[in-house]
Design a protein around this ligand. Structure first.
Ligand code: NAD
Length: 301
């Protein structure tokens, strides 16, 4: 049993912290939002009055925050210098590669060992403890973080040195965003060409067009397995978060001069769907309703 500080108990962090409690760890929690903190407390975490208070005496620090600026702020003002240097620092937020590398370097300068460990899997996987963690850091850092991450996920993979977890995450999600758009436009074309969509699914899922966005997450209601499409695109992975990840991918691509035309086009399409058309709260597969032009005639919530 370890004493673990957990900072950021929102949609994802709330479920993850509970899994550490269930594994027998003492979890000292902090969030700026009182409601998130109260929920964590009701689920067995100990409430701290500040992030600095949460990390004092911690053997491990886990953060699950919205974006790079929050991670920078929390580590630089509350974690570094307040947590014991013996604590392993684990940031599970999805942030830009440059900030992840910068914070790991600053932590190392302060005598700490830190990893970036973003996740694949949504709120349900966070609650069920079935996330996939992509970890960036030294071999030693990975081995120290692994036993904690294993209590919150089904797979913990060492992606490489500092920042590699974030690099793997945004590369994966750029592929996912582009393949979802391609899946959506394919099904819209198939319908317009008069194909029965379940029949087309049966064909394409056994042919060379097969991909996860179709076989596991089909954007067409009533076709393939049950997905957010069958719940009017509620739940699942919000289009706003897909847009966030595509923007991080484009920023990273620019920083290394990589040519990513499909990723760039996916970013443009998700910007239109999530922001201009107000679809940000819908599951990312809901972009099919922009592609088939039915979004305007339905009533977005
Ligand atoms: P969220 O907004 O629900 O939770 C973030 C929490 O951090 C909030 O409760 C907020 O109050 C807290 N917070 C912000 N600044 C803080 C500070 N300075 N000190 C303490 N607490 C602070 O977000 P989420 O959906 O839980 O996502 C968290 C991270 O996980 C993001 O980086 C997101 O991109 C990534 N992610 C989310 C999903 C998903 O499906 N929601 C999936 C994979 C990865």
């Amino acid at each position: 049993m370890a004493r673990i500080a957990f900072i950021g108990l929102g949609n994802m962090g709330g479920g993850m912290a509970v899994n550490l409690v269930k594994a027998g760890h003492e979890v000292v929690a902090f969030d700026l939002a009182d409601a998130a903190l109260a929920k964590a407390e009701a689920n067995g975490c100990t409430r701290a009055g500040s992030a600095a208070q949460a990390v004092a005496d911690a053997e491990a620090v886990v953060t699950m925050l919205p974006a790079g600026k929050h991670v920078r702020e929390v580590y630089e003002s509350s974690v570094i210098g307040n947590a014991p240097t013996s604590a392993i620092l684990i940031d599970c937020s999805t942030i830009d590669v440059a900030t992840a590398r910068g914070e790991i370097a600053k932590a190392a300068a302060g005598g700490y060992v830190m990893v970036d460990a973003p996740v694949s899997g949504g709120i349900a996987a966070a609650e069920a403890g079935t996330l996939t963690f992509m970890v960036g850091g030294s071999d030693e850092a990975f081995e120290r973080a692994r036993p904690i991450l294993e209590r919150m996920g089904k797979a913990v993979i060492h992606a490489g040195g500092p920042g590699s977890g974030q690099a793997a995450k945004i590369c994966n999600n750029m592929l996912l965003g582009a393949s979802m758009v391609a899946t959506c436009e394919t099904f819209v074309l198939a319908r317009k060409l008069g194909l029965d969509l379940q029949t087309f699914f049966d064909i394409a899922s056994k042919a060379s067009g097969q991909c996860w966005s179709m076989t596991a997450y089909c954007p067409v209601p009533g076709v393939g397995p049950v997905t957010p499409a069958d719940r009017d695109y509620e739940g699942g992975f919000a289009a706003a978060l897909m847009l966030k990840d595509l923007r991080l991918a484009m920023e990273a691509a620019q920083s290394v001069d990589a040519y990513t035309p499909m990723g760039s086009h996916a970013e443009e399409l998700y910007t239109r769907f999530a922001e201009a058309l107000g679809g940000g709260g819908k599951d990312f597969s809901g972009i099919i309703k922009m592609i088939d032009d039915s979004w305007k005639s339905s009533s977005p919530s």
